[in-house]
Design a protein around this ligand. Sequence first.
Ligand SMILES: [Zn+2]
Ligand SMILES: [Zn+2]
Length: 188
Amino acid sequence: MWISITDLPPEGRTFIIDEQSVWTAPMHEFGISGRILSPLRGEILLIPQLDGEVCGCVVRGRLTGKIARPCDRCAEDACVAIDSSFEDFEPFPADDSPDDEDKNLFSDDAADKEIIRLKDGTPQINPEALLWEEFLLSLPVKPLCRPDCRGLCASCGQNLNLGKCSCNQDEGDPRLAVLRNLTLTPKQ
Ligand SMILES: [Zn+2]
Ligand SMILES: [Zn+2]
């Protein structure tokens, strides 16, 4: 969804984006696991800045919704509520020279090209790409199903939130269990 910035009125225009594939398609593409619990919705105001030294587009918006991601400790569903407000300025790219073949696809430059570009001299902005970036920024690095999640037993894999397993856990740090079980074989 590319919007020509020069077509926007000076006071800007608000776009409502609630097509779930805006998020689910790239999640699938980049292998980000997650399930939508309540629909994601983006509201985004684009205000063109066409005069002055630095031209670009002011972006003001809010992203809401709720998704389930695998808990960092036990891999069960961790509910992630998303409600993030953002404001940013996207400057026009310097030129519309063709993509450098050697460019790393994951560089900042490449990511910016998904958001703002010059198409035949006309600056265009992609609010869906902005909302995808905002979605990524709002995901917790280590989602937890609950703050005190006990995780999985390192030896048998039992989900310790559901009860104790029969492994011997009465001593020491469970993370050292693997070391305690080591058998040292003398060198021949
Ligand atoms: Zn958990
Ligand atoms: Zn166990």
